[in-house]
Design a protein around this ligand. Structure first.
Ligand code: PRP
Ligand code: 7HP
Length: 182
């Protein structure tokens, strides 16, 4: 285990089993619909890469980059698009793929924004749901794990751009962020 990690919350095997299950559910629900999966950079990139490989149906992949956090741990409430989709989603069956929904600000902004582009359908698939910090009402359609109110890293999730490479989801030791103004 990495020295900065206090405990492993979800190990690599458990994550992979859940991603397989989500892939199977999406394959059933979207059979014949050729959905577009929209991976929200950067955090969701590892989840999305694993998830598309668990689909047994044809699907397309596009990317958006959104900023709602600084380098710290709390939402700024300011959401902006850093990179937009390459193609129109009008008439497409769209699934937003996110690593985590926390305050919900990022996902609710994305839902509003993408809805206005007139997709045939629009759903959300998130690996982690942390409902304790929700600032807007939001229920993702597909959820991997509900997690407690702890700051987690790994499997794409970062603190100050570090720890994304860890194959598990872990809780950071407090000394890593203590003394850093959030
Ligand atoms: C993280 C995460 C979600 C968002 C969730 O992204 O990937 O997009 O925060 O938080 P919310 O529900 O409180 O809005 P971040 O802005 O840290 O960017 P990153 O994906 O590049 O790490
Ligand atoms: C964003 C985020 N990034 C990493 N770990 C968490 O627990 C997070 N919540 N919201």
């Amino acid at each position: 285990m990495h020295d900065d990690i206090a405990k492993v919350l979800i190990d690599a095997e458990t994550i992979q089993a859940k991603v397989r299950e989500l892939g199977e559910r999406l394959s059933r629900d979207y059979a014949g619909l050729n959905p577009v999966l929209i991976c929200i950079l950067k955090g969701a990139v590892i989840f999305a890469a694993d998830l598309v490989r668990q689909l047994s149906i044809p699907a397309k992949l596009d990317f958006m980059a959104i900023s709602s956090y600084g380098s710290g741990m709390r939402t700024s409430g300011v959401v902006r698009i850093l990179k937009d989709l390459d193609r129109s989603i009008e008439g497409e069956h769209v699934i937003i793929v996110e690593d985590i929904v926390d305050s919900g600000l990022t996902l609710s902004y994305l839902l509003e924004n993408l809805k206005s582009r007139q997709p045939a359908s629009l759903k959300t698939c998130v690996l982690l749901d942390k409902p304790a910090q929700r600032q807007v009402p939001l229920e993702p359609d597909y959820v991997g794990f509900d997690i407690p109110d702890e700051f987690v890293v790994g499997y794409g999730l970062d603190y100050a751009e570090n720890y994304r490479h860890l194959p598990y989801i872990g809780v950071l030791k407090p000394h890593v962020y203590e003394g850093v103004s959030q």
